[in-house]
Write a protein of this length. Structure first.
Length: 395
């Protein structure tokens, strides 16, 4: 039996987050060029020979239009790198970037590669969410017959609010705290080591997240109307007070992120410092009609596989697709709210679908390093009732 190699994280970077709509800070930049610049920063920071990379694995959800031609391959070529290096695209919905990291780890651990770049990209201003659906039914009659109560994600977030008794105020308080935490991290320089500048076609440079709103308050969020209220789902939500709004949900966002992973022996050979290692991971499914609850069983499975407990963790990143998702996760595990998304999450920083898994990973890595933490958990809900969970150990 082949001995598994030790996989280490050498570096990780992300772009500033831009609002995913026309006029957003990054809306003028083609997603291929956005990712190309991200890859260039990652490679340059480690003085890496790009020709030594074994594979480039890129998460991207909306693979249509400008993101339709294997965006990782196009970005690699746009960066001017050697044509012999391959690339592929991963699509596991919101967990696509996290799954790209997982596939990179598997490729290195097996001995197939020594160096792999895992990345993610999404330009939601230029390639709108859901565009690949073509206004058709992606489930089909057989799936609908088995699961007659499939609902849109926003309605699933409402179902979570009802099941875990999460009030509108619970969600709005969490959302306001996300902006406060992200703003504090930005002001204190917490993002300085992870954000790389992007140059736009007009020559201007974007260096900071556009999405953080430090003036956000619980009271201000309370004025927003529920975004997903529909009489079509009243039978699934009897006597429910609709509470999920644009303010306590993730923001549509443009962004990219990339992570450099290596066989530990290769990193030593190149004189590169190993910053962390992936100490465990899993992916699992849960009820597709609830859709967004899978981070809970995924976390449980990760604990069983690794032998760690919640008490061993210094931080946990649970993607803020909607405030109800991390709040339900925290209640399920009686988690310390101070360790949950300590630098804010997708409500403040945005959720560039295919890139979010790598963005969370990079932010978690820097948080552990800057606070002296040893272990961090990352988990994300994904459409279809899926979730990835990853255990990151700082070295």
């Amino acid at each position: 039996m082949t001995e598994l190699r030790t996989v280490v994280v050498v570096d990780g970077v992300r772009t500033p987050m831009g609002r995913g709509k026309p006029g957003g800070a990054l809306s003028g930049l083609h997603p291929v060029d956005m990712l190309a610049q991200t890859l260039t920063h990652l490679v340059d920071r480690s003085a890496l020979d790009p020709g030594s990379v074994g594979d480039v694995i890129v998460g991207c959800v909306s693979q249509a239009g400008e993101q339709s031609a294997t965006p990782g391959r196009m970005a690699w070529l746009a960066a001017g790198y050697p044509v012999h290096v391959p690339a592929t695209t991963v699509e596991r919905k919101c967990g696509s970037g996290q799954q790209a990291i997982e596939f990179a780890v598997q490729g290195i651990a097996s001995g197939r590669h020594e160096i792999v770049i895992a990345a993610g990209v999404e330009s939601m201003s230029r390639v709108p969410m859901g565009i690949a659906r073509l206004d058709q039914d992606p489930w089909g009659p057989s799936v609908r017959a088995r699961f007659p109560d499939l609902v849109p994600q926003g309605v699933a977030a409402e179902r979570i609010a009802q099941r875990w008794s999460l009030s509108r105020r619970d969600q709005d308080e969490f959302a306001a705290a996300s902006h406060r935490r992200a703003h504090r991290a930005a002001v204190d320089g917490g993002f300085a080591n992870e954000i790389v500048p992007l140059t736009l076609p007009d020559g201007t440079t974007v260096t900071a997240d556009e999405t953080i709103r430090p003036a956000t308050t619980t009271e201000g969020l309370a004025a927003l109307r529920p975004a997903f209220r529909s009489t079509d789902y009243d039978r699934l939500l009897p006597d429910h007070e609709w509470s999920v709004t644009a303010g306590n949900s993730s923001q549509l966002t443009d962004g990219a992120a990339a992570v450099l992973l290596m066989d530990e022996r290769k990193a030593v050979e190149l004189g590169l410092r190993a910053r962390a290692r992936v100490a465990g991971s899993t992916v699992c499914g849960d009820d597709p009609e609830m859709m967004l609850t899978a981070p809970i069983p995924a976390t449980t499975r990760l604990f069983e596989r690794t032998g760690i407990t919640l008490a061993d963790l210094d931080a946990y990143e649970v993607n803020e697709a909607f405030a109800t998702v991390p709040l339900a996760w925290a209640r399920a595990f009686d988690a310390d709210p101070g360790r949950l998304n300590p630098r804010g999450g997708a409500i403040a920083l945005g959720h560039p679908l295919g890139a979010s898994g790598c963005r969370l990973f990079v932010t978690l890595l820097n948080h552990l390093e800057q606070t002296g933490g040893a272990l961090g958990l990352q988990t994300m809900c994904e459409a279809g009732g899926l979730a990835n969970a990853t255990l990151l150990e700082r070295l």
